[in-house]
Design a protein. Sequence first.
Length: 32
Amino acid sequence: SLKHPTIPREPKFHAPHQKKIRCMSWNDINFN
């Protein structure tokens, strides 16, 4: 988010999206 301080709207939307996907993927692998 420090890389794109001028446009926090884009990184902010991407950050939670990627984090959610990563968490889901990790959870799936751990559960499996």
